[in-house]
Ligand binder design. Structure first.
Ligand SMILES: Cc1cc2nc3c(=O)[nH]c(=O)nc-3n(C[C@H](O)[C@H](O)[C@H](O)COP(=O)(O)OP(=O)(O)OC[C@H]3O[C@@H](n4cnc5c(N)ncnc54)[C@H](O)[C@@H]3O)c2cc1C
Length: 406
């Protein structure tokens, strides 16, 4: 049974920021999104343009090291502060947060489960954004059922040879590395015991020499979440040494690392959802006060008031669930259920609020000239990513029963 246990994570470093520091940080980022991001979102989103200039600015803010400990050069932010930043940026353009969130999930895996030498080597490079990346779990035939993946790592020399295909990988084209989930023992029972995690760079960070076995496949077309790249990744005879690349230095722990990284990932999706829900509420509230029908603003019609009342309540509840999960994460408590509840409720709230905002806008809600149309296309992803909401409810129920035995 010992193999079935989660590998012991390294203790989390505290950032030591005061409330005032946090407010200052939120102020600076809030001004940036309002002044520099907002005017360009409609065009860049419509044309699916990768936001290189915004990435440079996010590097300057330190967002690629937001949750990485200060000892590796990161900001060491608490999850609660991080979640507020993510919500704030998502109010303007949710896609931007995907660029550093997927990256930070890779970093979290190295920081929690990597060897000391791996932390020292990789984390400072992740902090600056010199190497940016993401998390490569999903395959064409396995998403929710992660234990069904087929990407294979076979021992070879002092490392492994990897073959397989991943899909839907955020930052797959623009990023330089991924945390790659593979099978090292395809006959293991249960299968999760035969899974391992590698840090897989496209090029050797020391020499810059590309790894011929790591190929970026096609960029995937999608409904929303434009700007950020989602791609297929193909590994063919891809050779990695174990010491630097096999996270934790031993095989068989990858499934638990993926699940451990998803806690922060779910808090992040909840925070992004809060941003979308809030923006939909704000747009609908403003529009309802200016659009008149039958001689008065539609905000004075009871049918619209019922919608706005529900949207505002939903948004607040989503914020509070997200804060609750982040607080538990910061306290080092087990928070898979709390993160799941926040992710589930906030993402459904984003989707419902986006739909309601569109309805409140009438025909204009269907126009590409109003932001609610974009929110309507962005929101459904929140119900799919980091564990679908179908699975989320099943996991919440299992946890709830486990915590309340008769
Ligand atoms: C834009 C975008 C970005 C993404 N980014 C990444 C990324 O960076 N890295 C990455 O690894 N993946 C990424 N993904 C993949 C995403 O995580 C998966 O799509 C998701 O996990 C669902 O997997 P699937 O698509 O294979 O659906 P499936 O697993 O095939 O599920 C299909 C349906 O069946 C339901 N279902 C499945 N099993 C059960 C069950 N046991 N009980 C009840 N219902 C069930 C699901 O909820 C869903 O409704 C991304 C996806 C998108 C669309």
């Amino acid at each position: 049974m010992s193999q079935d246990r989660n590998p012991t994570p390294a203790p989390r470093q505290e950032g030591g920021y005061t409330d005032r520091d946090e407010r200052a940080m939120l102020d600076v980022i809030g001004r940036w999104v309002e002044r520099d991001v907002k005017p360009h979102v409609m065009r860049m989103e419509r044309d699916d343009i990768y936001p290189h200039a915004f990435v440079e600015q996010m590097k300057e803010f330190g967002l690629f090291g937001a949750t990485i400990s200060e000892r590796y050069g990161g900001l060491g932010l608490r999850a609660a502060t991080y979640a507020r930043i993510v919500s704030l940026i998502s109010e303007q353009w949710m896609s931007l947060t995907g660029i550093f969130n997927s990256h930070l999930m890779m970093a979290t895996i190295v920081e929690k489960y990597g060897t000391d030498a791996q932390r020292e080597y990789w984390l400072p490079k992740f902090v600056t954004g010199e190497i940016r990346g993401g998390l490569a779990l999903t395959e064409p035939d396995a998403g929710t059922d992660l234990q069904g993946i087929r990407t294979r790592a076979v021992a070879s020399g002092d490392g492994y040879r990897i073959d397989g295909t991943k899909t839907w990988i955020s930052n797959g084209i623009e990023g330089g590395a991924v945390a790659l989930l593979v099978k090292t023992d395809p006959d293991a029972s249960p299968p999760r015991r035969g899974m391992s995690m590698f840090i897989a760079p496209k090029a050797d960070p020391d020499t810059g020499k590309p790894h011929p076995g790591f190929r970026t496949g096609r960029k995937l077309e999608k409904l929303g979440y434009h700007g950020i790249d989602s791609a297929e990744l193909v590994f063919e005879n891809y050779q990695l040494d174990a010491e630097r690349h096999l996270v934790g230095g031993e095989p068989g722990k990858g499934f638990y690392m993926a699940v451990g990284g998803l806690e922060l990932g779910r808090i992040n999706v909840a925070a992004r959802s809060v941003g979308i829900a809030r923006r939909a509420l704000d747009e609908a509230t403003a529009y309802a006060q200016t659009r008149k029908t039958f001689g008065k603003p539609i905000a004075e019609h009871q049918a619209i008031q019922l919608k706005l009342g529900e949207m505002a309540t939903r948004t607040r509840a989503a914020e509070l669930l997200t804060e609750d999960a982040a607080r538990a994460y910061d306290a080092g408590e087990r928070c898979d259920m709390e993160a799941g509840m926040a992710k589930y409720f906030a993402s459904e709230s984003a989707l419902t609020n986006a739909t309601e905002a569109m309805r409140i806008h009438g025909g204009y809600g269907y126009s590409r000239e109003y932001p609610v149309e974009r929110l309507y296309r962005e929101a459904p992803l929140m119900c799919i990513g980091e564990g679908t909401n179908e699975m989320q409810r099943i996991l919440i129920a299992r946890q709830f029963v486990q915590r309340n035995p008769v």
